[in-house]
Design a protein around this ligand. Structure first.
Ligand code: NIG
Ligand code: FE
Length: 418
């Protein structure tokens, strides 16, 4: 078994813990100066100061990685994306710049529905090729686990095709992929006014196949005014839970419909977006342990007000941050952008943003027991930054500082700065 010893990390950010961090706990990132990590195979076996670890081991058994002058962090977990899709929608972005809104574009046939035909027409190989390229771009930003949703088919064949593509990519690419079924992503014109029938079609004819082939662990829905209402969403999520899916919800993005409360009621793992979450919704997410997943790059691209991240943390919630990478509302997987928006516009500290992108991201995909922190027993997923302190993350604004990515103990990405 390969043994590696990371030594002399200027700052080792452990984020230790096997559960989400709530409220004030989010500021505690378990930082060790002049830190070291021992890796056996794909697992972390020990952390401490370099001095402590030097005394514990026989150095000759180890491949030593010198991290002096670097910050070492857990690999980032991007817990909300739609990265498998056919064709782009750059035109919509330009219309929005001229004043169109996301929902008005959607109402006249653009938006999510405009991605359906190209995704239905794309071959599995084409989707896989584009997906692989996007995973490579994520890895460069230090993302070691990503969640990916279906939802651009809204018919059986295409939904299964998107999920199968992600399953295959997961087997062959270093980035781990957590798959989510999002059949109810929008309402196609033929289903307008018949939303319940569409959901029944998904529940009876599509979701059992998803379970049989083990294609998705989570089920999600776009609960929004003009899309799926609270009653229909609750019906779908309850059925999905009975079928063994864990739950996520696109909640309270444009209107305060009560998606956060619904997430609490049905026992969702996370509620996502939450730009318009009410005080009561925030209270209920905290009480029921729902992860509040914030997607600030979407708010940025749509020129919407940011989710009340500061308030959520002050109220005791567990906040995660994710990219929402998709071809419409937010075509970016930039981790530095998320860090900048989290710190500057959501008034979160650097420590809280790191927690939101690591252990709380892991909790949002129900993997806080395995990933999201650097501590004994966890998968050896970590990133080295070019600079010696976490404070460079928001300070060197918008710049990717990731130098090395280690996935399951192996170096899978390294950048030479010239
Ligand atoms: O999370 N809000 C719904 N779904 C996506 C948008 C997908 C798209 O525009 O294609 C989101 O922002
Ligand atoms: Fe989304």
């Amino acid at each position: 078994m390969k043994k590696r010893y990371i030594r002399h990390a200027s700052e080792l950010v452990t984020c230790r813990g096997k559960a989400p961090k709530f409220g004030k706990e989010m500021a505690d990132i378990g930082l060790i100066r002049d830190g070291g990590v021992l890796i056996h195979g794909d697992k972390i076996v020990e952390t401490g100061t370099t001095e402590e670890l030097d005394q514990k081991i026989n150095m000759e058994e180890y491949e030593v990685l010198d991290a002096s002058g670097k910050t070492v962090l857990p690999g980032f977990v991007d817990s909300h994306t739609h990265f498998i899709f056919g064709e782009y929608r750059a035109d919509e972005f330009s219309w929005r710049l001229k004043g169109d809104s996301y929902m008005s574009i959607m109402e006249r046939g653009g938006g999510i529905n405009a991605t359906v035909i190209p995704t239905r027409n794309a071959s599995e190989e084409e989707l896989k090729e584009a997906g692989r390229d996007r995973l490579n771009r994520m890895l460069e930003f230090g993302v070691t686990t990503v969640e990916g949703k279906s939802g651009y088919g809204m018919d059986c064949d295409t939904e299964l095709k998107q999920l199968r593509v992600m399953k295959k990519l997961d087997e062959e690419h270093p980035v781990d992929i957590v798959r989510t079924f999002l059949g109810p992503h929008s309402v196609l014109p033929q289903w307008k006014g018949k939303e319940r029938e569409f959901l029944d079609e998904m529940i009876r004819n599509v979701m059992p196949k998803v379970r049989e082939e083990d294609l998705a662990e989570f089920a999600d829905i776009f609960t929004e005014q003009g899309v799926f209402n609270i009653e229909d969403s609750e019906y779908y999520l309850t059925k999905a839970k009975e079928m063994g899916f864990k739950l996520k919800i696109h909640a309270d993005e444009m209107y305060p419909l009560g998606g956060a409360q619904l997430a609490a009621r049905v026992g969702a793992v996370s509620a996502d977006h939450l730009l318009k979450a009410s005080d009561e919704g925030i209270r209920q997410m905290k009480e029921s342990g729902v992860i509040s997943t914030l997607l600030p790059a979407t708010a940025f691209c749509l020129k919407e007000e940011y989710a009340p991240g500061r308030k959520m943390i002050d109220e005791g919630c567990a906040v995660a941050i994710a990219s929402d990478l998709n071809p419409g509302s937010c075509f970016t997987n930039s981790i530095p952008l998320l860090i900048a928006l989290g710190c500057i516009y959501m008034n979160m500290s650097v420590e809280e943003v790191i927690t939101a992108l690591t252990i709380n991201g892991a909790a949002a995909v129900d993997r806080a027991d395995r990933i999201g922190s650097i501590e004994p027993g966890k998968q050896a997923d970590m990133v080295f930054l070019k600079y010696p302190s976490i404070y460079y993350l928001p300070y060197h604004t918008g710049i990717n500082l990731v130098e090395t990515v280690i996935k399951k103990g192996e170096t899978v990405y390294h950048k030479e700065w010239i």
